[in-house]
Design a protein around this ligand. Structure first.
Ligand SMILES: [Zn+2]
Length: 62
């Protein structure tokens, strides 16, 4: 029942696909971590906005 000790496969850096460094996990470097941060805070993220209230004057009945 002795399972072989496996090393977990390192995930590649999600930014540049290089092997990630533990120090900057899950990125390979601080630079890639910053790039990822900029993706979130740089207005690049998409917030799902429901545009159901687009009835400006359409519902005006006479
Ligand atoms: Zn990277």
């Amino acid at each position: 029942m002795a399972e072989p000790v496996r090393l977990r496969p390192k995930r590649p850096c999600p930014i540049c696909q290089k092997p990630s460094q533990q120090k900057f996990h899950p990125f390979c470097s601080n630079r890639c971590a910053q790039i990822d941060l900029n993706r979130w805070f740089g207005g690049n993220y998409a917030i799902p906005v429901k545009d159901d209230e687009s009835d400006e004057d359409e519902q005006r009945e006479t």
